[in-house]
Design a binder for this molecule. Structure first.
Ligand code: SAM
Length: 431
C-alpha cells in the first residue's frame, strides 16, 4: 500500500470510530479483517496514523477548521509529521486508492502556519473541555503544556529482569534495536521508534522470550521500585491485573518471601502465570476471587507491603490510549473514585504494624490521587504519609525525589516532568 492508501484507510477507520462509537483498537481490527490484502506493516502504519490523529484531535480540528476524519488525518500528516502540503496534494490526486486532493480551503489551513494563538487550554493541551477544571487543579497554568506532552507519542520502554541478568546483558542482546538506558529507572531501556511512531516487535526477541526483558513504561517501573519490596517480605499485590508490577516486585525480592497476586477480575490475572514462568518468578501465588468468599482473610496484619495499583481513569496514559481520553466521561471519574476508596479499605487491614501501603494510579487527576489519600488518612489515623523524598531516597532513587507533588507527600510523574506516563505514587506507613 502507498502512503496515500494508508491515509485513506486511516480516514475510514476514524469514520468508523466516530460514527459507530467503536473503540479504536476494535475499529482497526475490523478494518484489517475486511481488507485482507493489507499486511502487518500496512496495518501498523494505518494504526499509527489513526493514533497520531486522535492524540492531537482538538488542536488539529482548531487549525483545520473542521473535525472530520479527513481533516484529522490531513492535519496529523502536516502538523504532527511535518508532511509537505504540496507533495500531499500531488500524492492524493494520483490514484483511486487515495483520498481526494485537498480543497483550496484545506490547503490554506495546512499551509497557514501552526498558530494555536487564542486557542483555549483544552485545545492547546488536546483534552476534553470538561477536564479543564480537574487539570487546572492538578497543574494550574501549566495544564495546556502538560496536556500537550500527554498528546505526544509514548516511547517503547523495557524493564530488565534482575532475575535473568543485568542491563548491560540486555543492551548487548538488543544492540540492533539501539536501546538507550532510561534516566530514572536503573532497570529501564528505551527503544527508539520509527519516524512514523512504530516500535520493533520486541516480543519476538530472544531477550524477551527468555524473560530477560518485559515491556513496561518507566513510570510503572518506578512505581514498583518505590514500593521497594525486599527479599523475604510478605507482599500483597491487591490489584495485580496481568501482573506488570507483580513481576517487577518479584525481581526486587530475588524470588524470596511471597507475593499474593489478587484481582477482583479473574480474567485479568490469567496472563500472569505465563509471564511469571517466562520471567523465572516463583515466589508468587494467586489469590483469585471465589464467588463472594474473602480470599485474603488469612493475610490480615501479615503483609510487610500492600500494593494498591488502583483502577483509575488512565488519564496518565493518554499517549498510549488517546481514544480513551476523548471517551472519558465525568461519571467514569466518579465511579473510579468510589472504587479507589474501596480498594484502599480492602488493603488497609492486611498491612502489619510497621508495614506499608503503597497507593498507585496511572492518573494525573487530584480527584483520584491526593483526594483519595486525604480521605483515607482521615478514616485511618493508624497510617501516616511518608514524604516522597524519603520514599525515593530509601528506594535508592534519589533523582526521582525531584518529582514530588506540590505537598511533597507523593510522587507525581508526567510525560512533561519525568518523560514517563503519568503516575501517582503515595507511600503510607502503619504505626
Ligand atoms: C491499574 S489495573 C492493575 C494493573 C497491574 N497491577 C499491572 O501492573 O499490570 C487495576 C486493576 O484493579 C482491579 N480491581 C478493580 N477493583 C478491584 C477490587 N475491588 N479489588 C481488587 N482488584 C480490583 C481491576 O480488575 C484491574 O485489573
Amino acid at each position: 500500500m502507498t502512503p496515500a492508501a494508508h491515509a485513506l484507510a486511516a480516514i475510514e477507520v476514524l469514520s468508523e470510530i466516530e460514527s459507530r462509537h467503536r473503540p479504536a483498537p476494535q475499529a482497526l481490527k475490523d478494518w484489517g479483517g475486511s481488507h485482507r490484502f493489507a499486511g502487518s506493516g500496512d496495518r501498523a502504519r494505518i494504526a499509527s496514523l489513526v493514533y497520531d490523529a486522535l492524540r492531537s484531535r482538538a488542536s488539529i480540528a482548531w487549525r483545520m477548521g473542521a473535525e472530520t476524519p479527513r481533516a484529522l488525518v490531513l492535519g496529523a500528516l502536516v502538523f504532527t509529521r511535518s508532511a509537505d502540503a504540496t507533495a500531499l496534494a500531488a500524492a492524493f490526486g494520483s490514484s483511486p486508492h487515495a483520498p481526494e486532493p485537498p480543497s483550496d480551503a484545506e490547503r490554506s489551513a495546512m499551509t497557514s502556519g501552526d498558530s494555536l494563538e487564542g486557542a483555549p487550554a483544552h485545545v492547546r493541551g488536546d483534552y476534553p473541555e470538561w477536564l479543564d477544571v480537574p487539570l487546572a487543579r492538578a497543574f494550574g497554568d501549566e495544564r495546556a503544556e502538560e496536556g500537550e506532552a500527554l498528546a505526544r507519542r509514548a516511547p517503547l520502554d523495557l524493564r530488565v529482569n534482575a532475575l535473568k541478568g543485568d542491563r548491560a546483558k540486555a543492551e548487548r542482546s538488543l544492540a540492533h534495536l539501539k536501546p538507550i538506558p532510561t534516566p530514572l529507572s536503573p532497570w529501564g531501556l528505551r527503544i527508539p521508534l520509527s519516524d512514523d511512531g512504530r516500535g520493533p516487535p520486541v516480543q519476538a526477541e530472544p531477550a524477551y522470550l527468555k524473560g530477560l526483558v518485559e515491556v513496561q513504561d518507566e513510570g510503572s517501573q518506578i512505581a514498583a521500585l518505590i514500593a521497594a519490596a525486599a527479599p523475604g517480605e510478605q507482599v500483597v499485590d491487591l490489584c495485580a491485573g496481568a501482573g506488570g508490577k507483580t513481576l517487577a516486585l518479584a525481581a526486587g525480592m530475588r524470588n524470596t518471601g511471597q507475593i499474593y497476586a489478587h484481582d477482583s477480575d479473574v480474567r485479568r490475572l490469567a496472563p500472569l502465570n505465563e509471564r511469571a514462568t517466562r520471567a523465572g518468578v516463583r515466589n508468587f501465588q494467586f489469590r483469585s476471587p471465589r464467588g463472594g468468599a474473602d480470599v485474603l482473610s488469612d493475610l490480615v496484619e501479615r503483609a510487610d507491603l500492600v500494593l494498591v495499583d488502583a483502577p483509575c481513569t488512565g488519564a496518565g496514559t493518554w499517549r498510549r490510549n488517546p481514544d480513551a481520553k476523548w471517551r472519558m466521561r465525568p461519571s467514569a471519574l466518579e465511579q473510579r473514585m468510589v472504587e479507589q476508596d474501596a480498594v484502599l479499605e480492602a488493603g488497609a487491614p492486611l498491612v502489619k504494624p510497621g508495614g506499608r501501603l503503597v497507593y498507585v494510579t496511572c492518573s494525573v487527576l487530584s480527584e483520584e490521587n491526593e483526594d483519595r489519600i486525604a480521605a483515607f488518612l482521615s478514616r485511618h489515623p493508624e497510617f501516616r504519609s511518608v514524604p516522597a523524598v524519603e520514599a525515593a531516597v530509601s528506594a535508592g532513587l534519589p533523582a526521582v525525589a525531584a518529582h514530588a507533588n506540590g505537598a511533597g507527600d507523593a510522587l507525581l510523574l508526567t510525560p512533561r516532568r519525568s518523560g514517563t506516563d503519568g503516575f501517582f505514587v503515595a507511600t503510607l506507613s502503619r504505626s
